[in-house]
Design a protein around this ligand. Sequence first.
Ligand code: C2E
Ligand code: MG
Ligand code: MG
Length: 565
Amino acid sequence: MNKEMIIDPEIKAMFELLAEDASTMEACMAKIKCSLSIAAELFHINKVELKLEAPVSKLCPEGQRAVEVLYDTGDASDGEPNISVFPLTSGGTVTIMDYPRDQSKFSSKELELHNMLLRQIFYKISRTMTQNLLQQVMMTDMSTGVANQDYLMHFAGGLIASGQIANYNIIFFNVHNFKYVNKVFSYEQGDIILRNYAQHIKNIMGNDEIVARLGGDNFVLVFHKERREKLIEQLQNIRIHHQWQMKEREFVFGATIGVSNLNGITVPRAIMGRASIAYQAARQKGVGSVVEFSPEIEQEILANQSIVSNFLPALQAKEFVIYYQPKVNVADRTMYGAEALVRWIRNGKMVPPMQFIPQLEREGSVCKLDYYVLESVCAFLKDRQNKGLSVVPISVNYSRRHLEEENLVERTLEIIDRYGVDHHLIEIELTESEDFQNYEIMSEIIDEFKANGIGTSIDDFGTGFSSLNMIKEVDLETIKIDKSFIPLETDYPGKDRDLVMFHSIVQLINELDKKSIAEGVETVEQLEYLKGVGCDIVQGYVFDKPLPQEIFEERLASAHPYENI
Ligand code: C2E
Ligand code: MG
Ligand code: MG
C-alpha cells in the first residue's frame, strides 16, 4: 500500500508542493495548507494543528508563540492525535498534531507515512523561518533591533520606485548625552539603554517611516515631511526609564540634528548626503543644534574640509607662525610673560586661529599644531638664551583634545628638554572641559606638570563649563579671566552687577592663593579698575596686540616698554 501511494500522482503533487520554496511565512503556510488538502483524503486526516514556540531572542524580544490550524474538515469528532515535536535549530519547537478521521486510530503503516509528511511540513516551516531570520538579520541592527543601513537603502529604493520620495524628509542625528551614560554605567547597561532608546524612536515612527541605526549613537529617520517639526521636537526630549541597582532612573536625551528634504533623489545611496552635511554643520554649531541643509552650508563644510586636508602639508611647509602677546604686571608695568598665539599664513594671507582651530580640534589634529607651537617657543627661548638675551615665561595653548592623550606630560617634557629650556619658562594654558570625567584627568595632568616645574593656567575662565568648585579643587596656578567678564568703562544696564561679579571672582582667586590674569583689557580705565580690585596681571590691547616675533623681541629688549601707559 505504501509503495502504491507514493507513486500516486496526487501524492507526488503534494510532496512537490511541500518542496517548493516560499519567501514568506504566509506563502509557506498557504502551500502547506494546499498540500494537506490533497493529502487529507488519502491519509485519512481529519485535522492538523501546528504549535510554534520560539524563545526570546534579540530579533524577537517577546519570543514567539503561535497556534495555527493547517487543515480541518470541520468534523468535530477528533479522536486521538498523532503528536510530533520537532526542535528548531534557533531554539524552540514546532509541534504538529494530526487527528485521524472518524475517531479511529491511524494504522502503523499510515503512521509511518504521516510522520514522513509531518517531517516534510516541519522542514518547510523551519527552512522558511531560517530564511526569514536571515533576511531579518541582514536588515536589522542587532544591538538595537531597529533597521540597519542596508534596510534603509532598501526602504529608500521602495520610495524612489513608487515616486513617493519627495513626500519624505530625512533626519541624521546623534544622541546627545549618550557618552555620559556609557561612562557612568557599564557598557552592558549602556547597550540596554541604547536599545530602549532605539525602540522608543521606532514606536514614534509610522508604519511607512523608518528609523535606522548607523552605528554608535548615530541614527537616521526617513519620515513624512509634514511630521518634521513634531519629530525634531520629540528627538530633543526623549525620556527613557531604566532599572538599575534596584532603582528606577530616568534619562533625558537630546539630539544634534541635520535635516533635509529628499527632492530629486533618484538613487538610494544619495539619500544621506545632504542630511549628513547638515548634521556636520549642526555639530559645529554645538551640541543639541538643529541645522537644515542648504547650498551655503555645504560650501562652509567644504571649506572646513579643505582646512583639515591642507593642515598637515601646511605644517610641513611651516605656514604656521607664532605671535606673542605680552602679559604685564599691573603694579610695576614690567613684563610678566607672554602668550604664544598661532597664525596661519595661507596663500600670503594671515588666517586667525578661530578660523582653523575649531575644525582641527574637532578632527583631532590640533594636538600636532600645539606641539609645533611648543617646539617653536622652545627654539625661540633657547636661541635667545644662547645669545645671552633676556627671556620671560611663555604660555602655550593646549586644546582640550590633549586630555585624551596618554603621554601628554611625557611628550611635552620631551620637547622642552630636547631644547634644554628651563621648565619654569613654559606654561600650559588649558581650557575647561564640558566632560565631567576629563575634570579628574585634568587634575592629574596639572599635578604632573606642577611636579615637573611647569606652570598651568585655565584659559577663558567663566565662559565654559568650569565651576568655582573646579578652581578650588584643581591645583592650577593661574586663572585667566575671560575678556567677557572685564567690566566695560561705558555705562550699560547691568554694569554694577558685572563689577560685583568680577570683583568677587578676583577675590576668590586671590584667597585661593592663585594668580589672576585679566584677558582682553583694552582701555586705561579698565586697567585702573583692575588694579583697584587686586588683579595681578593683565594681557590685552591696552599694552600690546599679539606681536610678530621681531616686535616682541623689541619689547623684550626695552627696559620699561609699558611705563607710560
Ligand atoms: P586665547 O587663548 O584666549 O587667546 C586670547 C585671544 O584674545 C587672542 O585671540 C588674542 O589676540 C585676543 N585678545 C588679546 N587681547 C585682547 C583685547 O584686548 N581685546 C580683544 N578683543 N581681544 C584680545 P587669537 O590670537 O585670535 O586667538 C584666539 C584663540 O585661539 C585663543 O584664545 C586660543 O583659544 C586659540 N589659539 C590660539 N593659538 C592657539 C594654539 O597654538 N593652540 C590652540 N590649541 N589654540 C590656540
Ligand atoms: Mg590662551
Ligand atoms: Mg583666553
